[in-house]
Design a protein around this ligand. Structure first.
Ligand SMILES: [Zn+2]
Length: 711
């Protein structure tokens, strides 16, 4: 923005006027709930909007820092909280789209804005005049008579500025700013390379015979994808973001299995333009150097200050305690699969690309459960409306109404108004279920609009998934894994929808990394609740409810194959910690792609787990969670396991108290789901469950207790 207009008021004591905003993002959306108006937003709007929004935010912050009045909570902490609203608006929409519906233009803006935004936020966090005012308020906090939420906002504002470097020397601050910008550039590029490598890494197969075992629908999808890629007559299998690929169990041809597995496993390590390893070396080095500037031994120690677990030692001990039982389970499971392979008349020992095929066979033999026999009971609309929404109705009294009057960013996206138990409007829910080449892998939730009493805004939340889309004319069925993921993501949505905070900074899912997955994991329990299942799991042709015995089988089978299912997550979490326990000297020794490979090999080898048979859920080269964002889940992937501990303990509470009832739902809502980031996490958990978190229900759920593991 043109700042020359500031001179107009230079002769008075009044602050300079703020730069003028133009374009779509200059004002709040006028649609219901301030929902984004996708009919009005064009790709070329984002860049000027970011630039204007940053200029306005910077001017707002300067006003606070230059205020001649003595610092108070209102004129400093509250004023800061209220600054940067336009930047919040444009970011919320832009990052939703770069995640779920991107294109080359948006990618280019993303790459350009990353370092600029990083520098912008650093200039605020490292503004000495501003920090002096924040510190002055913070130092008097015991005498201000603030309520709990105000006090929490004050503490977080202060802690975050200190964490950003407010107490560093000017030279150190300069270095931190440079590191942050370099990190932003490197991590954005990492994410783009992994996405390209994933799309380009699709396995191309010449003959239909090589795909034996796949359904006609899956083969048709593979033929279409190959044609879309300009290879008519061939077959292409798209990669999913994880190491294991969902079609592996069905493929009868072992060579095809190996080829598909390796296409995923060797993603972004081919020495071409999408190779991500040099970026990993850069990122690890930058993080280790930054931690050292803050007097911390490593990045993990630096980054965990606001986590529930608080330090790497607590998280590491929690995981390492599981390793012996887990390793034993992996070995026992592998031996069991080798038996199955022999019984199948084959002569080889199990490899990662065989694992799920033979695990499926054992699962069928042992539990008589066939994933493909289950799928016809899970039709996507029924799962959502009669399953996910129904559970929320039974627990919390919520109701939902689909609406078609609000614009969406892609034709497959649907929108619902969510009504509270008293019939009042609670918020909006967007649902974007299907896999697309321009969508990041995995599944996630976020907000278009954050709930805030300060602004009178209600939450506008969205869930994004990557469910393979059925060919036109075929029923849209989903695997049970995706059913659980739908419940999971909606658990995040509930956390956002039940937000009841004054401040957006503390609202809804604005909680610690190792707490945010807790409500979502708890919500998964309702996917297999008999009452919920009976309501949504109906055969798409006959309408018959899923047989109770199939439900019992799903339940019994849930402890099966934990050496792999649980093991690959523990390994990824430990690999993450190893990358982020590097001192600057250790990190400096990792320079080339070969160094990255060597480090990964060594780190995984040290874990004491059966890595050759059960590789981590993500290899370093495509571990987006920890390398595609300046912080992201770095030194935080353990959070999934930590919150699983909170989750399993909470499921036990629900079961002990009668399960799916309004009373139980209301208690969970009151103690956890509506609290946002306003409370101490251990206290919040205790307010719900009545005790400190206990790891036993987690170990039990994964069959890792006593001598019964691996069954
Ligand atoms: Zn989640």
């Amino acid at each position: 923005m043109d700042t020359a207009t500031q001179t107009a008021s230079a002769s008075t004591a009044e602050p300079a006027p703020l730069p003028q905003a133009t374009g779509y993002f200059a004002q709040e959306s006028t649609l219901p709930f301030q929902a984004p108006d996708f009919t009005q937003i064009k790709d070329e709007d984002y860049k000027p909007a970011f630039e204007q929004a940053m200029a306005i935010h910077a001017a707002e912050v300067d006003r606070i820092a230059d205020n001649p009045a003595a610092p108070t909570f209102d004129n400093t902490i509250l004023a800061l909280e209220k600054s940067g609203r336009m930047l919040g608006r444009v970011s919320a929409v832009f990052y939703a789209l770069t995640g779920s519906n991107t294109n080359d233009t948006l990618d280019a803006i993303d790459a350009e804005m990353g370092p600029k935004l990083s520098a912008h936020f650093d200039s605020i966090a490292l503004n000495p005049k501003l920090f002096a005012r924040v510190k002055a308020v913070y130092d008097q906090r015991d005498t201000l008579g603030l309520d709990a939420e105000d006090n929490k906002l004050l503490e977080e504002t202060y802690d975050n500025m200190v964490h950003a470097g407010a107490l560093l020397t000017p030279e150190q601050k300069t270095e931190v700013v440079q590191i942050n910008q370099d990190l932003s550039t490197a991590t954005t590029e990492f994410g783009q390379r992994v996405r390209n490598a994933t799309v380009d890494g699709a396995l191309i197969v010449d003959s239909k015979e090589a795909l034996a075992g796949l359904s006609d629908t899956e083969i048709a999808a593979a033929a279409k994808l190959a044609a879309d890629k300009g290879m008519p007559g061939k077959y292409a299998i798209a990669l999913q973001n994880t190491t294991q690929q969902p079609l592996l169990p069905s493929l009868e041809n072992r060579e095809t299995r190996k080829a598909l597995f390796m296409a995923g496993y060797d993603r972004a390590v081919k020495g071409d333009k999408d190779d991500s390893r040099a970026l990993i070396a850069t990122i690890a080095n930058l993080r280790a150097r930054k931690a050292a500037l803050f007097g911390q031994p490593d990045w993990a120690s630096y980054v965990m200050y606001d986590r529930m677990a608080k330090n790497p030692a607590t998280a590491l001990k929690f995981m390492e305690d599981m390793v012996p039982a887990l390793a034993a389970t992996q070995r026992r499971d592998a031996a069991m699969l080798d038996e199955q392979i022999k019984a199948d008349g084959e002569d080889f020992s199990v490899q990662p690309w065989d694992w799920y095929r033979y695990a499926e066979q054992v699962r069928k033999a042992k539990y008589d459960l066939d994933e493909n026999a289950v799928k016809p009971y899970f039709q996507i609309d029924r799962v959502l409306e009669d399953g996910v929404f129904y559970a929320a109705n039974q627990l919390y009294g919520l109701t939902f109404k689909k609406r078609t009057d609000l614009p969406v960013y892609q034709e497959d996206v649907s929108v619902y108004t969510v009504y509270d138990k008293d019939g009042s409007e609670l918020g909006l829910f967007y649902f974007d279920p299907y896999q697309r080449p321009n969508k990041r892998g995995g599944a996630w939730m976020s907000n278009f609009v954050d709930q805030s009493h300060l602004y009178g805004t209600k939450p506008v939340v969205y869930n994004v998934l990557n469910i393979p889309k059925a060919p036109a004319g075929e029923p849209q069925l989903v695997s049970y894994d995706w059913v659980e993921t739908m419940f999971h993501e909606f658990g995040h949505a509930l956390h956002g929808l039940f937000a009841n905070q004054k401040y957006t900074s503390l609202s809804g899912t604005a909680v610690a990394r190792d707490f945010v997955e807790y409500p979502s994991q708890v919500n998964e329990m309702w996917a297999s609740d008999p009452k919920v299942l009976a309501h949504y799991a109906r055969h798409y042709e006959t309408g018959e409810p899923i047989p109770m015995e199939l439900i019992q089988k799903i339940d019994r089978a849930s402890k099966f194959n934990q050496g792999y299912d649980f093991g690959e997550v523990v390994e990824a979490a430990l690999l993450d910690m190893k990358w982020h326990a590097l001192t600057p000297a250790q990190a400096a020794a990792i320079k080339t792609p070969a160094d990255v490979d060597a480090f990964e090999k060594k780190a995984l080898g040290e874990l004491g787990l059966e890595i050759g048979l059960v590789p981590p859920r993500y290899r370093s080269s495509y571990f987006n969670h920890i390398f595609s964002d300046p912080v992201g889940y770095s030194a935080g992937y353990y959070s999934y396991l930590w919150t699983a501990m909170l989750d399993r303990d909470s499921r036990k509470w629900f079961r002990d108290h009668g399960g799916l009832t309004r009373e139980n739902g209301d208690h969970f809502r009151a103690t956890v789901l509506s609290q946002g980031g306003t409370q101490d996490y251990f206290k919040m958990f205790e307010a719900f469950s009545g005790h400190a978190p206990d790891v036993e229900p987690l170990l039990e759920a994964h069959g890792l207790t006593g001598g019964d593991s691996g069954k």
